[in-house]
Design a protein around this ligand. Structure first.
Ligand code: SF4
Length: 449
């Protein structure tokens, strides 16, 4: 974050703190992620998603976002409270007054006098059309990343259905028991509600982000492209979260459609987001289904065809710690060719616990994390990375530095780690010890503990 932006965040932070209270977050009003295959929604990735009651949608399709559950959280924020579901932000804010949480960033990013006053002064139970919407039309996906869930991936779903739940794991045991999914977009009442809401919603929607599953495998994504060509929304940014692991022709077709939409001023601009957590065989183990050769070729083709940015989403987890440097080096290499069209973010994964970096013994692995941070710092000096990228990764290092688990939590988490990856290896024919030789000693130690 440059000094000007930092100053802006501070000003909005202070204003919100003084006028709206310590828990107010504009994301509750103007930011939404919704999963239509399961009929769930949340204001951002951090609070657990909650169910959208079908009866609330009958006369009000905007209840895809404006659920009674969320309205009650808005009320709590307006009354000075900090809703329990937002603990990710409270944990960061409780580290000290200088720490910047996602709440501060989102309040600044979304802020306008009009939006702020509407949220602060309007009735707590008003319906609001968000400025940012992330949507999941279905769970069809060719990947089954271990930390993902069958709810978001049909491949993971089919695997879990075949093998059943992992009996000896407490968190993320892949039990499909109460999972109620709409597998066909054409027969999903939540998809119907979305299209009923669209004429109103699209008038003011600033960012429309389609996620997955793999959105390029979803009919509705292609329907959105065609609809925007017929009924332009020149104020709208269109973003796609693709795993870049689908056939080259599909990525190419999407790239051309997006370029045309922008060229014809049918949208304001577009962005592509893609996930990658480290580099080499370990990356393929974490994001099962990933073929790095295909991924990198799709990545270059998209960048060269569109000239638009790609945002790398690095979900920082235990399995990236030892080789994260290799991905940072790739980013430096890509920036030689594409400059700041290559962007990245490093949110950390705290759940399921088997992916949490805090299971690792700190005396050894914190040094490694500091080395990664130093590498970023050196490259900030050489203008290869930005200060905001440094600050974001520093948050991950601080998360490791300041989190102390009880012995009981540690041993249960480590047991889950061993049992989970043993089961995944059995299901997928993979081999943890061969893929992560540097962690195999630890794996054996935890198994025998
Ligand atoms: S307070 Fe934090 S967790 Fe809650 S909605 Fe805002 S950004 Fe998300």
């Amino acid at each position: 974050m440059n000094e000007h932006n930092k100053e802006h965040v501070k000003i909005i932070k202070l204003k919100v703190e003084n006028e709206a209270g310590p828990g107010f977050c504009l994301a509750k009003w103007h930011h939404v992620t919704m999963y239509l295959q399961s009929g769930e929604t949340h204001s951002c990735y951090h609070p657990m998603p909650h169910r959208i009651p079908l009866e609330e949608l009958q006369d009000n399709p905007s209840a895809l976002h404006n659920t009674m559950h969320k309205k009650l959280e808005r009320k709590e924020m307006l009354e000075g409270g900090r809703p329990k579901g937002c603990s990710y932000c409270w944990n960061i804010e409780d580290l000290g007054p200088d720490y910047i949480s996602d709440r501060h960033l989102r309040n600044t990013g979304i802020y306008s006098e009009e939006k702020y006053n509407q949220a602060l002064q309007g009735p707590w139970d008003q319906n609001v059309d968000p400025v940012y919407l992330e949507i999941n039309f279905g769970n069809e996906c060719n990947f089954k990343c271990g930390y993902c869930h069958p709810k978001f991936s049909s491949s993971y779903y089919n695997e879990a259905k075949k093998f059943g739940p992992i009996a000896n794991v407490r968190e993320h045991n892949l039990d499909l028991g109460h999972l109620n999914l709409y597998t066909r977009e054409e027969e999903n009442p939540y998809v119907d509600a979305f299209w009923r809401w669209w004429p109103e919603l699209s008038k003011t929607l600033g960012v429309f982000r389609i996620t997955g599953g793999e959105p390029l495998m979803h009919k509705s994504t292609w329907q959105v492209f065609d609809m925007l060509a017929k009924d332009p929304k020149p104020h709208m940014e269109l973003s796609i979260n693709s795993n870049l692991g689908v056939k080259a022709e599909l990525v190419d077709k999407a790239a051309h459609k997006l370029v045309n939409l922008q060229k014809n001023k049918q949208i304001r601009n577009f962005r592509l987001y893609t996930s990658i957590d480290t580099w080499g065989p370990r990356a393929q183990y974490i994001r099962s289904g990933l073929d790095l050769k295909l991924w990198e070729s799709n990545f270059h083709n998209f960048l060269r065809t569109t000239g638009a940015p790609i945002n790398l989403m690095i979900t920082f987890n235990l399995l990236c710690v030892t080789t994260f440097r290799s991905l940072l080096e790739k980013i430096v290499e890509w920036r030689e060719e594409y400059g700041d069209n290559i962007r990245f973010d490093t949110p950390y994964l705290s759940r399921p616990i088997q992916y949490d970096i805090n299971l690792l013994p700190k005396e050894k692995y914190l040094d490694l994390m500091n080395n990664h941070l130093d590498f970023i710092a050196q490259n900030v000096a050489h203008k290869k990375f930005t200060q905001v990228e440094y600050d974001k990764f520093k948050r991950v290092v601080d998360y490791m530095k300041t989190t102390t688990y009880s012995q009981e939590r540690l041993s249960k988490g480590r047991k889950d780690f061993v049992n989970f990856f043993t089961a995944l290896d059995h299901r997928r024919g993979t081999n943890f010890a061969e893929t992560f030789p540097e962690l195999s000693g630890l794996f054996n130690e935890w198994r025998n503990a």
